[in-house]
Design a protein around this ligand. Structure first.
Ligand SMILES: [Ca+2]
Length: 361
């Protein structure tokens, strides 16, 4: 392990430890420590991590895509297999997606469906496999991982809608732009969108990317992983694709403002060229980070995604989404007010009738 440490010291070690890939092993550790309900302390007073089962997916995929109460919905050509979920098979013109939601909750008098993720700091670990018959650039198009306002919206961006609102991380396996000699594919890139930008497929999303790196991920005989971490508005993307059980840096962007209450999903598309795009697991960890009072002020909730020092075309901020309680209170007080108004109306009407009767006699 010591040999794997880079000169930047404990920070790297902390980051790797933070990315404990095996959630079940972590839970076992918690149970052994006699604190099955509690989090694991990663570093004194700093960061805790919890596996959030409601936003995670792993084998066996019971009920996925079939049960109405499933946490995960399938779309398009996506299929549940015993060992993986296949977003697309190695066939032309297919697209598939997998989207998370939390099961519906009854809060009288309304049913609240499709509850999204409200975590502030999180880490998503993606275990995936891309493989197929295609040789030397004759395969495509790759897969995307999403944290977005909308879910289940098919479209041209790796099988998802264009002009999305949120974060997209792309594992692009086919170089569409001929001139990109200096860029070796497959290539991982990230994009934050407030709904105003189009993903330029012909240029592999280059005009709007936050950063990226080469990731040789096709037809490997060992497991491949990607981790997206969002802590204190800092977006970090790392990968473990060399079979060494080590995270390698790919993208690091500070000042990324993502609203809470978005959905996690993954999608893929094939065109003239194809590949099998498989997802084996998605594990979401809640990271609990201490903030100074200044940071608390700085990290207030936002309602539209943005990146500091990067100008996105203006969009009008939508009204903040209503929480379940707010919705319930609005409905409840509207009902009370309506009943009250009817009663007052009836009283006034009776009085008016009495008066007109008196006048008449
Ligand atoms: Ca491409």
């Amino acid at each position: 392990m010591a040999a794997a440490l880079e000169p930047s010291g404990w920070w790297q070690l902390w980051r790797r430890r933070l990315s404990a890939r095996d959630g079940s092993r972590m839970l076992l550790l918690l149970l052994l420590l006699g604190s099955g309900q509690g989090p694991r302390q990663v570093r004194a007073g700093q960061t805790f991590e919890y596996l959030k089962r409601e936003h995670s997916l792993s084998k066996p995929y019971q009920g996925v895509g079939t049960s109405s109460s499933s946490l995960w919905n399938l779309m398009g050509n996506a299929m549940v297999m015993t060992q993986y979920i296949r977003l697309t098979p190695d066939m032309q013109s297919k697209q598939g997606a997998l989207w998370n939601r939390v099961v519906r909750i009854f809060l009288p008098p309304v049913w609240l469906t499709q509850k999204p993720c409200f975590l502030r700091d999180w880490e998503l670990q993606v275990h995936f496999k891309i493989h197929g018959q295609g040789k030397k650039n004759l395969h495509g198009d790759g897969l995307a991982i999403w944290y977005t306002k909308d879910r289940m919206q098919p479209g041209p961006v790796f099988g998802n809608m264009d002009k999305f609102v949120g974060l997209g991380v792309f594992v692009d396996t086919y170089p569409n732009e001929e001139k990109q000699q200096e860029r070796v594919f497959p290539y991982i890139s990230a994009m934050v969108n407030n709904g105003s930008l189009s993903y330029d497929h012909e240029r592999d999303g280059r005009p709007t990317e936050l950063g990226g790196c080469t990731a040789i991920v096709r037809n490997l005989h060992y497991d491949t992983f990607l981790v997206i971490r969002y802590v204190k508005r800092h977006l970090t993307i790392m990968m473990d694709i060399d079979g060494k059980h080590e995270w390698r840096d790919c993208i690091e962007v500070p000042g990324v403002r993502l609203p809470r209450g978005y959905y996690f999903g993954t999608s893929s598309i094939t065109g003239d060229l194809s590949d099998n795009h498989d997802v084996i697991s998605l594990k979401l960890f809640e990271l609990t980070v201490e903030r100074t009072p200044e940071e608390e002020k700085l990290h207030r909730d936002v309602f539209l995604p943005s990146v500091d020092n990067m100008k996105l075309p203006e969009m009008t901020a939508p009204l903040p989404p209503l929480s379940g309680l707010a919705l319930f209170l609005i409905v409840f007080f509207s009902l009370v007010f309506s009943v009250f108004a009817i009663v007052i109306g009836l009283i006034l009407y009776n009085k008016w009738q009495d008066q007109s009767r008196k006048r008449f006699y």
